[in-house]
Design a protein around this ligand. Structure first.
Ligand SMILES: Cc1cc2nc3c(=O)[nH]c(=O)nc-3n(C[C@H](O)[C@H](O)[C@H](O)COP(=O)(O)OP(=O)(O)OC[C@H]3O[C@@H](n4cnc5c(N)ncnc54)[C@H](O)[C@@H]3O)c2cc1C
Length: 310
């Protein structure tokens, strides 16, 4: 069986999420080809060629793919997909933008957010914000699916030696164009890739207090910072901090939920974390149901005390 994995990247580096998709592809079994569609993306193709388990890398290097415009990349992928049984991508913003279009162009249904490979055509995926798990079977000629990275342990980034082949096709749909982007530069680890996440909710009270109380803790732990939607909506932190159903899905070794009540939409984004610590002044807050450690107290005194002891 042949599997085409769409690389997630920024033309310079391969996003670690691709390593999780390759792991899912290995569970299906078969020859794994990684497609790098970008511009000036040779370094990404070289990195993809080194990924354990990858047999071939296709590099479509063209200005039309520079900013991952979904209309252009989807047209390319749909064309290449005809030679494969599976097309997989990470459940990242990019993957979720491109693959539904690929499925539509191929006129097949799509499986989103695969969390388990049961057999060659049967997969598990969360529904109702992760409160139920659906087992779905696909009889499509080409199976198109996004993979939830946190559900699969990444394959090694090194160890492979796949050949890199150039793809000359330049698909410019001509219906969208890249205008600009604003990227927040952080000194901290990226939220979805971090081993430790310190998250703050409405309980922190303000953006100023978020940084005053949580930054020292995150600094001590070398943690990424996250937030509930309430904290984001209140403007405490930017929206790329949001963890949950409509934010990022994380599963770090340690997740600290501080001043977060634990609404199901928040739990949907973090409940697979290995160890969950909750700090909340309300001993009946629902976060309690998933927390491994649970500290009842005012975060304004408890967190600085914790920092002083670390
Ligand atoms: C369609 C939809 C999608 C959503 N998606 C998301 C999502 O992706 N992510 C998300 O997070 N939410 C999401 N929500 C919102 C969600 O329902 C909750 O409203 C939100 O998670 C609440 O955030 P919170 O826990 O910070 O705030 P609250 O529920 O207000 O909880 C604040 C907590 O802080 C505690 N607290 C207050 N002061 C202190 C103090 N001094 N010390 C210690 N503890 C204190 C309180 O006891 C309370 O438990 C979504 C909702 C909908 C309808």
């Amino acid at each position: 069986m042949s599997i085409l994995v769409i690389a997630d990247h920024n033309n310079q580096t391969l996003n670690g999420a691709t390593l999780n998709v390759v792991a899912a592809a290995q569970k299906i079994g078969g020859d794994i080809t990684v497609l790098v569609a970008g511009s000036g993306a040779q370094a990404v193709a070289d990195a993809a060629a080194k990924v354990a388990g990858v047999s071939k890398v296709l590099l479509a290097d063209n200005a039309a793919y520079a900013n991952q415009l979904a209309e252009n990349v989807a047209a390319l992928v749909a064309d290449l997909a005809k030679g494969y049984k599976y097309v997989l991508a990470a459940s990242t913003t990019t993957g979720k933008n491109i693959l539904p279009r690929v499925a539509a162009l191929l006129d097949v249904s799509m499986i989103t957010d695969i969390i388990s490979v049961e057999s060659a055509n049967t997969f598990k995926r969360p529904i109702y914000a992760g409160n139920a798990i659906a087992t779905v079977q696909s009889d499509e000629a080409i199976i198109v699916g996004t993979v939830r990275g946190t559900a699969f342990d990444a394959v090694a980034a090194e160890g492979g030696s796949a050949a890199v082949e150039a793809v000359a096709e330049a698909k410019d749909a001509g219906i969208s164009k890249f205008v600009s982007e604003e990227i927040v530069k952080l000194d901290r680890p990226e939220l979805t890739a971090a081993r430790i996440v310190v998250s703050g909710g409405r309980g922190v009270g303000s953006g100023e207090n978020y940084h005053k109380v949580l930054d020292p803790l995150a600094d001590k732990l070398g943690a990424a910072q996250g937030a509930s939607r309430a904290a984001v909506d209140a403007g405490f932190v930017p929206n790329d901090f949001q963890v949950g159903q409509t934010g990022k899905i994380v599963a770090p070794d340690l997740y600290m939920a501080i001043g977060i009540s634990g609404a199901i939409q928040h739990l949907a984004g973090m409940k697979d974390s290995k160890v969950i610590v909750a700090i909340n002044k309300d001993e009946e807050a629902p976060i309690n149901s998933v927390a491994d450690y649970w500290l009842v107290g005012d975060l304004n005194t408890v967190v600085p005390e914790l920092v002083s002891k670390l």
